[in-house]
Design a protein around this ligand. Structure first.
Ligand code: IMO
Ligand code: MG
Length: 431
């Protein structure tokens, strides 16, 4: 038996969808455990490019796809995603299972996400405006959270909803001077309509996963967002509201940590970030612009241009520690094909000190100057390589150095957007 958690090691958009797609081939199910439609995972097959936001990437392989209890789910977005995928020939509904304990994203969560960001001016987080933060805040406030399973009891749902909506309306007008107001009965009708569509998919997903664990099935847990956006381990306060790190899989699915066998960290061969917050190796110059164009670094979810920079080992050391990484899957290696020299950030200098792991304090990260080791480029296309030894020697050197500095072996490399442009290592490279 084998269950694998696949997580992002940086600030998101590492190519988790691609990696999940490979490991989903032999899996009995793919399970999302946190986040919501702030995620944007892409799987490209031939001319078709599937953008997944809420639905696990395993749907592309028509696997049972579970939305776990740790998620926050906007049913309107979910129905749109189902319709998009079905419109392109995938069977979706019969493969979807939604936790009754996952929380609902409500219309007022979207309004509050926007109002809070606008009110913060330059101090904003740069969220995806999907209502993720406000939905998790309500979950933890306990009195304001509504779960998918609550829709089963219409009268209970209505009774819970009324005082919540009254309070949100007061927040919007009195705190944010917003003119947006919500009507509890209209939301009730809207959400009952969604329930009519998705009610049959809502179930005890923890039990499903547990049975799969007992059978010894192969399970893939698909992390969304990333380590550096983790509410505890990320660049707080410029983070998302959930636990993308590997431990989140146990909590967000309802199986204990002893049932997780390995953790794969997905790392882009360089770094990108969307939204605000520290990013020590960011290139605010034409090299950064060049990487953005080469890598098509524009958000899958929001279309925003991503900030780009060199690979940062201090980030990866933090990810190795926070996730207990067994392996790295290095993506987008081909984007570095045209660089004669590739700087690799091996440490920071902060106030005269050498620091090797991403610091926790925001003010320290803002003062961090990267210390680069210059790696020779390979100036050769890698997109036709299908084994590690076929890679140009300097590309092998770059990867070996990453494995050595992080002390994590590499199990997979992607060298292009197509599904087959992968190198999956039978014997992972460990420097
Ligand atoms: P995937 O799964 C990149 C970022 C947002 C913002 C911060 C908080 O595609 O890798 P939120 O809407 O979650 O409250 O925004 O987190 N963010 C992501 N950035 N990829 C993602 O997901 C992200 N999910 C959230 O840009 O800075
Ligand atoms: Mg993405």
């Amino acid at each position: 038996m084998s269950s694998t958690v696949i997580i992002g090691t940086q600030w998101g958009d590492e190519g988790k969808g691609r990696v999940v797609d490979v490991y989903a081939a032999n899996a009995a199910m793919v399970v999302r455990y946190q986040g919501g439609d702030n995620a944007g995972h892409t799987v490209k097959i031939g001319t078709q490019s599937y953008a997944l936001h809420l639905i696990p990437s395993g749907i592309v392989r028509q696997k049972p796809s579970i939305l776990g209890n740790g998620m926050v789910i906007n049913p309107k977005s979910l129905l749109k995603e189902i319709a998009d995928l079905e419109g392109r020939g995938l069977t979706v509904r019969p493969h979807l299972y939604i936790s009754e304990d996952a929380h609902l994203i409500m219309p007022y969560h979207l309004a509050l996400d926007g109002a809070s960001e606008r009110a913060s001016g330059n101090g904003k987080i740069g969220t995806t405006l999907k209502g993720i933060g406000p939905a998790y805040v309500d979950k933890f406030s306990r009195l304001h959270g509504l779960r998918l399973g609550d829709l089963r009891n219409a009268e209970y749902f209505r009774a819970r909803l009324r005082p919540i909506v009254a309070e949100k309306n007061a927040l919007l007008t009195q705190l944010y001077q917003s003119e947006v107001q919500f009507d509890a009965d209209a939301i009730f009708d809207e959400y009952l309509g969604y329930y009519a569509e998705i009610g049959g998919m809502i179930c005890d997903t923890a039990e499903m996963v547990w049975q799969a664990v007992k059978r010894g099935d192969e399970i893939v847990f698909e992390g969304a967002n990333a380590t550096m956006l983790d509410i505890d381990h990320g660049t707080y306060p410029y983070v998302t509201c959930s636990t993308p790190t590997a431990g989140g899989a146990a909590v967000g699915v309802g199986v204990g940590p002893t049932k997780i066998d390995r953790v794969i960290g997905v790392v882009k061969a360089y770094t990108s970030r969307v939204g605000e917050g520290p990013f020590p190796t960011e290139l605010k110059n034409e090299i950064g612009d060049h990487i953005r164009e080469l890598g098509h670094e524009y958000g899958t979810t929001t279309g925003r241009p991503r900030r780009c920079g060199w690979l940062d080992i201090c980030v990866l050391r933090k990810a190795a520690r926070a996730n207990g990484l067994d392996y790295l899957a290095v993506t987008h290696l081909d984007i570095l094909d045209g660089f004669a020299e590739i700087p690799l950030c091996v440490a920071y200098e902060i106030d005269g000190r050498r620091v090797e792991i991403f610091p926790s304090a925001l003010w320290e990260t803002e003062r961090a100057t990267p210390i680069y080791e210059m790696m020779p480029g390979w100036l050769t296309p890698t997109n036709g390589c299908r084994s590690f030894t076929e890679l140009p020697p300097n590309a092998q050197r770059y990867l070996n150095r990453v494995a050595e500095l992080t002390d994590v072996p590499i199990c997979m490399i992607t060298v292009g957007n197509e599904r087959q442009q992968n190198i999956v290592m039978e014997h992972p490279v460990s420097a």
